[in-house]
Design a binder for this molecule. Structure first.
Ligand code: SF4
Length: 320
């Protein structure tokens, strides 16, 4: 069979389902390539199909769909970009638009060769899925469920690469967190917890294990202002146990969701006092006017040089 792949979002981050689909088809003796609309239409003009099957994958719902005509005997779409829709600020899952990979494809070692420039020395994958939090601005609950569960061992997507990009939404919420963290320690590779670590679930044992993992930066999130009393002692404890300094510690601060600017500033100042780097994330940023205070707040905080030299937001003048 001739298989075509379409990574609808972009080629700047590897699409894991497509890598697995490619690996599985190659194992069946099929040929796999990126979909080429020109070849497909020229062949179709001669009353033939160039592709037997085309897979389209889309991660983000806000990205427009593939703009060209897709010509193939068979077409399969998948990914949260097709089955999750944001309605009035809430993520809605449409199971009828979802197509799960069968287990024999889901658990195959990915074909990294389709993204040679991105995957040299870096492995990408999930060891757990789901999250018990169910934050209103996040699609994980809708797509993967309101609990964290282990889905794979590291060896399923890692074979000695120097870097590991872990995509788990909330790995330390998983009942098998010890096993997951131990496998990451044993790998000796640099680990990037891309979705952050849930500081509210931190314990001294977890902090010690995380310290045993090679990481360049750990990031947490302080999204809900009302978590103040639980988050602050955990942040203090994590710093004491690991001994990390602020260069290695970032905390995302979600603004424009359900907090006031005073609450945003309080979180930012508190984090700085605790020895963490705050990093402002703006919910629905595209709807915020250009000169709005929140955009200035983000410019001030996220530029480390400016943030460290200008201590108070009211002294920040973005025109200078
Ligand atoms: S804690 Fe993180 S992964 Fe879990 S629901 Fe909230 S934003 Fe999503």
């Amino acid at each position: 069979m001739k298989i075509g792949l379409i990574d609808v979002d972009s080629h700047n981050f590897p699409n894991i389902p497509l890598m697995k689909i490619s690996a599985w088809h190659k194992a069946q003796g099929d040929s796999v390539e990126w979909y080429d609309p020109m070849i497909a239409s020229v062949t179709y003009a001669k009353r033939d199909f160039y592709y037997d099957k085309v897979y389209m994958s889309k991660i983000f719902s806000f990205i427009p769909d593939y703009e060209h005509c897709v010509i193939s005997k068979e077409l399969q779409r998948g990914g949260s970009g097709y089955c999750i829709e944001t309605v009035n600020g809430k993520e809605i899952f449409h199971p009828e638009r979802d197509s799960q990979l069968p287990p024999e494809i889901e658990h195959i070692y990915p074909d990294y060769s389709i993204y040679p420039e991105l995957t040299k020395e870096t492995a990408y994958g999930f060891m757990s899925r789901g999250c018990p939090r169910g934050c209103g601005f996040c699609h994980v609950e809708a797509k993967e469920g309101k609990r964290s569960y282990k889905v794979a061992d590291l060896s399923e997507f890692w074979r000695g690469q120097r870097n590991i990009v872990l995509l788990d939404p909330n790995p330390i919420a998983c009942p098998e967190w010890r096993d997951i963290l131990q496998q990451l320690i044993d790998s000796g590779s640099w680990v990037d917890f891309t979705q952050g670590v849930d500081i509210r679930l931190m314990t001294e044992e977890k902090a010690l294990m995380i310290k045993g993992i090679k990481t360049k930066n750990i990031h947490f999130a302080w999204d809900r202002y009302e978590d103040r009393d639980s988050i602050i002692p955990k942040l203090r404890m994590f710093k004491e146990v690991t001994g990390y300094d602020f260069r290695k510690l970032t905390v995302y601060v979600l603004c424009n969701f359900d907090t006031t600017i005073e609450q945003d500033l309080e979180r930012i100042y508190t984090l700085r006092d605790l020895g963490y780097n705050p990093f402002v994330m703006l919910y629905n940023k595209e709807d915020i006017p250009k000169n709005h205070k929140l955009r200035q707040l983000q410019r001030w905080v996220n530029n480390r040089i400016v943030f460290n030299s200008c201590k108070r937001f009211e002294d920040f003048d973005c025109r200078k």
